[in-house]
Design a protein around this ligand. Structure first.
Ligand code: MF3
Ligand code: CO
Ligand code: CO
Length: 251
C-alpha cells in the first residue's frame, strides 16, 4: 500500500515495532533443547502483551503464531514438538497486525555453535537483504531490488528460492507488487514514495528447488541442504527507504 496519512504511518510503525521486538526476544531463546512450540507460545503471549495480534494465525488456515523453519526447511515451518539441536540453522518469521495494519519480519540464527558453511549462509543471506534494501528508492523498479539480491547471492555461490517472493504490505498481509529475489534491473513496476514493502531473500546452500511437505505448509529444499531467510518491512522514500522492523524501534 501507499501510506495515506501520518496516523496510518504511526499504526504501521507500531505493527513493525512489535514484530521487531518479538523477533529480537525470540532470537535470545534459540538455544539447544528448546521446543519450537515453546517459541510459538512465547511469541503469542508477547505480541498480545504489546497490543498486537499475529496475522499468520488463521491466514489461509495456518495453524500457529509464527513460522519456525529448521535447516532444510525454507519457510512456513509449523512450530511443534521438535527440539532445537546445537548446530541447527533456524529461521523465525513473525507478522503482526495492529489496528488494521500489518508487518512482516524474519531472521535466521544458529543454535549454539554452527559450522563455517552455516555461518557463511547466514552472513550471505543477511547481506543479500541489505543489498536489496540499498536498491530501494522511489522511482527505481522492482527488478532493481530483485537483481541486487540475486547478483549478490549467486556471486557468493548460493542460490535464491523462486517459489516465494517479497511483497507489498500494509492494509493487507500481502499486496502488490510481488518482489522476486531474482530478476532484471530496470524491469517491473516502479517503486513509489510512501509504499510499504516486505523484502525477503530466501537463500539455499545448494540448489534453488523447493517442495512443500504433506502438512501443506513446510517448504523444504529438494536436495536437503540448508536454507536461510531474512526479512524487513520498509517504507519507500524519495532518497531510499526507512526500515521499520529494525531492532530497538519500540518506544
Ligand atoms: N510471513 C510470510 C511472508 O513473508 C508469510 C507467512 S504466511 C503463514 O510472506 F500463513 F505461513 F503464516
Ligand atoms: Co514473513
Ligand atoms: Co513476507
Amino acid at each position: 500500500m501507499t501510506v495515506a496519512t501520518p496516523a496510518e504511518v504511526d499504526r504501521l510503525r507500531r505493527a513493525c515495532a512489535i514484530a521487531a521486538q518479538v523477533r529480537e526476544d525470540l532470537k535470545g531463546r534459540i538455544v539447544p533443547g528448546v521446543e519450537t512450540a515453546d517459541l510459538d507460545r512465547h511469541a503469542e503471549e508477547l505480541i498480545g502483551r504489546l497490543g498486537g495480534r499475529s496475522w499468520f494465525k488463521g491466514y489461509r488456515g495456518y495453524p500457529a503464531t509464527i513460522c519456525v523453519s529448521v535447516n532444510e526447511e525454507v519457510v512456513h515451518g509449523i512450530p511443534g514438538r521438535r527440539r532445537l539441536t546445537e548446530g541447527d540453522v533456524v529461521s523465525l518469521d513473525i507478522g503482526v497486525s495492529y489496528e488494521g495494519l500489518h508487518s512482516d519480519t524474519a531472521v535466521s540464527v544458529g543454535v549454539g555453535r554452527i559450522d563455517a558453511a552455516a555461518e557463511r549462509l547466514l552472513a550471505v543471506t543477511r547481506d543479500a537483504l541489505d543489498a536489496g534494501l540499498r536498491a530501494v528508492r522511489a522511482g527505481r523498479r522492482v527488478g532493481d531490488v530483485s537483481h541486487a539480491v540475486q547478483a549478490f547471492v549467486e556471486s557468493n555461490g548460493f542460490s535464491v528460492v523462486r517459489e516465494f517472493v517479497g511483497h507489498g504490505i500494509g492494509r493487507r498481509e500481502h499486496e502488490d507488487p510481488q518482489i522476486p529475489n531474482y530478476g532484471e534491473a530496470g524491469k517491473g513496476p516502479e517503486l513509489v514514495e510512501g509504499q510499504a514493502l516486505a523484502i525477503e531473500p530466501m537463500v539455499n546452500e545448494g540448489a534453488a528447488a523447493v517442495r512443500v511437505l504433506e502438512d501443506g505448509w513446510t517448504a523444504v529444499t529438494v536436495d536437503g541442504r540448508r536454507s536461510a531467510h531474512f526479512e524487513h518491512t520498509v517504507l519507500v522514500t524519495r532518497t531510499g527507504s526507512l526500515i521499520l522492523t529494525l531492532p530497538g524501534v519500540m518506544a
